[in-house]
Design a protein around this ligand. Structure first.
Ligand SMILES: [Fe+2]
Length: 309
C-alpha cells in the first residue's frame, strides 16, 4: 500500500508504504533530508516516489534512521553513494554498522536483504535534531530494536513512532537477539513515551493516527500478555516472519517452504524456545492457520501471501 505523500509539517512529507517496506519521510529543500529509506527490494519504487516529490537524490544532505532493521534502511547505501550524505542514528546502530554486524539488526537472523552503510553521526536519547526548520526530540525506545528511537515535534505535538508504536498491532519481538528482558524493555519504552502530549502519530507501518492513548494501551496489553504467556511471543513471531518471508520472496514452492525455514537461524530456534520443538508439527499448524485465515494460499504449487507488501 502506498499513499500519496502527505505534508505533515512545512515541506516535510510522510510517505506511507506497507508491511515489507516501512513508511518514510522526506524534507523537500535544497538540502533534502530523509527519515528512513524503506526496504532494499522496494528501492526502485522509493526512488520514484522521492523523485516525483521533487527530491534530487544526489543533493540529499542527511538521512536519519529510526533503527537499522532492513525495512527502514534499504535505500541508505544507494543514496549515500549518490550524494555522500551524512547518516544519523542511535549509537547502538552505529556500532552494528561499524562492526559489519549483520545479526544485531536481524538481517542474517531472518535472511533479509540489506547493505551496510557509513554512519557519520549518532543520536543519543534526549538529543534534539533539526529537519530543516523543524525541531525533533530524539527518544531512545529499545525493546523491539536495541537502536530504536522515536522523533517528537513538541511544537506541533507530532510523533514519528516508527516500530515503537503502531495503531493496532505490535511488531515482532526477537528475544534471541534483543535479550530475555526485551518485552520489559519495550514496556519501559512505551511508558517513557506515554508522558508526551501527542495529537498525531506517524508509525513505521500503517496509516497515521490520532488516538495515541488507545494505541499505547493496546500495545501495553499485548506485551503484558507476552509476559504472562511467553509461547505467544514465539507463535506471533513464526506467523509474522513466515508472512514477511513470503513477501520477500514473492512466492515459495510448496515443497520448499519447510526446508527454507529450517535453513534460517530463526525458525528452528523459535520452535525450540517456545513451541515444544517439533519443527514439522509447528510448520503444519502454521501453514493451515495462515491459510484458514486467508493470509496465504497456493498458486500453481507455490505459496503466496495475500497481505499487501
Ligand atoms: Fe523494526
Amino acid at each position: 500500500m502506498t499513499g500519496r505523500p502527505l505534508e505533515i509539517l512545512e515541506d516535510l512529507y510522510f510517505i506511507e508504504r506497507g508491511y515489507l517496506c516501512a513508511n518514510h519521510f522526506a524534507l523537500r529543500s535544497p538540502a533534502p533530508v530523509l527519515i528512513d529509506t524503506g526496504y532494499k527490494a522496494s528501492w526502485g519504487q522509493t526512488r520514484s516516489l522521492l523523485e516525483e516529490l521533487g527530491i534530487e537524490l544526489s543533493a540529499v544532505a542527511r538521512i536519519i534512521n529510526t533503527h537499522t532493521h532492513c525495512d527502514h534502511i534499504g535505500g541508505n547505501r544507494a543514496v549515500q553513494s549518490l550524494s555522500g550524505c551524512r547518516i544519523a542514528l542511535h549509537p547502538a546502530g552505529k556500532g552494528f554498522m561499524d562492526a559489519r554486524d549483520a545479526r544485531s539488526p536481524w538481517w542474517s537472523y531472518f535472511h533479509q536483504e540489506a547493505d551496510f552503510f557509513d554512519v557519520t553521526e549518532t543520536l543519543e536519547d534526549s538529543a534534539s535534531i533539526h529537519v530543516g526548520p523543524h525541531e525533533f526530540e530524539v527518544i531512545h525506545t529499545p525493546g523491539h530494536a536495541a537502536d530504536g528511537l522515536v522523533l517528537y515535534n513538541r511544537r506541533r505535538r507530532l510523533l514519528i513512532s516508527s516500530d515503537t508504536l503502531w495503531e493496532h498491532d505490535i511488531p515482532v519481538m526477537t528475544l534471541r537477539i534483543e535479550g530475555e528482558r526485551a518485552v520489559a524493555t519495550m514496556l519501559a519504552s512505551l511508558d517513557k513515551i506515554s508522558r508526551l502530549a501527542v495529537d498525531q502519530v506517524y508509525p513505521g507501518h500503517g496509516p497515521s493516527f490520532r488516538d495515541f492513548p488507545t494505541a499505547l494501551r493496546r500495545a501495553q496489553a499485548r506485551l503484558g500478555r507476552y509476559l504472562k504467556e511467553p509461547s505467544r511471543i514465539g507463535w506471533d513471531l513464526v506467523k509474522k516472519i513466515a508472512i514477511y518471508t513470503l513477501m520477500m520472496k514473492a512466492r515459495i514452492p510448496v515443497d520448499r517452504f519447510f526446508d527454507l525455514l529450517m535453513q534460517t537461524p530463526w525458525y528452528p530456534e523459535t520452535v525450540v524456545d517456545y513451541l515444544e520443538g517439533d519443527y514439522h508439527a509447528v510448520f503444519d499448524r502454521l501453514v493451515s492457520s495462515l491459510a484458514e485465515r486467508g493470509l496465504i494460499h497456493q498458486e500453481r504449487n507455490h505459496w503466496v501471501t495475500t497481505v499487501k507488501p
